[in-house]
Design a protein around this ligand. Sequence first.
Ligand code: FHN
Length: 469
Amino acid sequence: MRTHPTLLIVVTTVLIPVLGCQTGEPRSGSVKNTEASSTLAVDHDARMGWWRDARFGLFIHWGLYAIPAGEWQGNTNHTEWIKHTAQIPHDQYDRLVSQFNPVKFDADHWVRSARAAGMKYIVITSKHHDGFCLFDSNYTDYDIMSTPFQRDIMKELAEASRRHGLRICWYHSIMDWYHPDYLPRRPWEQRSAEGANLDRYRTHLKNQVRELLTNYGPVGVMWFDGEWEDTWTHEHGQDLFHFVRGIDPRVIINNRVDKGRGGMAGLTTDERFAGDFGTPEQEIPATGLPGVDWETCMTMNDHWGYNRFDDSWKSAENLIRKLADIASKGGNFLLNVGPTASGEFPPPCIERLRAIGEWMDVNGEAIYGTQASPFASLPWGRCTQKRLDSGTTRLYLHVFDWPEDGCLLVPGIRNDPRWAALLSDTDCNPLPVARDDDALVIHLPEYAPDPINSVVILDIVGTPEVTQH
Ligand code: FHN
């Protein structure tokens, strides 16, 4: 972190205790987990600390569906839902198990790509809705060990993540189209629901969650999904939440464990529902939600799983600005890659991860460990902030549109400025700052250091006092 060359401030990073998600520990009707084994008590803010600092993670959707790669009987718009959207009978879909052999899978390469992009955690589909497990489970043969590959992908990815300093996290679907006890059945399938027992399925689900939490070393997040069907109840969600807490209270749990997601908006402040953070999907909350931890998950093109026909890739500029936008609203960005059946990231993903990483190499300080902007909006870009010490707040001004007159107007801020500079300027040359009524004006060089997002540091006295315009 850079400081003014003449300022003798000893910069200490003070974690601003941002309130956890209002739906943190469920307060009413919570089902105490009798199976809790851990006695470790973990403060919510302590649990969330690394996650709030991280701000940026990699989502990976991978499984049998990578083999058809979006196409089935001429329709090319399928993806990880292909078994359902193409109504593939179980026996036909399960033939994919004998075909899954990602011989080019290299966990270190995947993790290094994520780290180079500036990502701090990885969330991978241990099991998606189709029920196929990418890990070696004692509770099913419908897993990676039944394929020609016969290697535990979760194990290799967990070990590689720890080698390279990233947190490994598990996506795990509650909805399971394979397990005979999961209900409801798909409307198109012939399999009878006779004898299906959802409580027996819940035991199976918890057994596999326990495997994921105890067989692969420390886990950052349990990222549940597929919670929306009526058979999965609020009580089931509370029970699963406490079950995970009981195994390891350090593990963060998303709000899709319970019924409080609220659709694609993914955010609810209804305190009845369990979950440590909200999960907006394919969208960024217009103003974030002050006091709530949340993470937007998003695809790079239009599909989560690999679809070899989908070329509607978001540009690196779009993704870099989305990262700044999300951080400026106090959220995390979980950006998805759908690897191919051979175990490789599609080249457009590699290109975008590399471009994001080049920006993060210079500007990561303006993302990691920052808090939401004190401004409701800014005409030229976004703002993130960090408390440097009791007397100084650092504002990171993410300038998307470089002012032609060289004057960057920061509106409605009553604080006195201490210093301003380009984050990219390793010589820390101060920039002139002048007050113009209730605005501060920073005089910028003629050319923007970065065509996508140039970050200007503005250190101010105290905590921001802003009059919203
Ligand atoms: O149905 C899933 C979908 O396949 C994908 O995994 C997304 C990612 O958040 N979650 C569900 C849709 O909300």
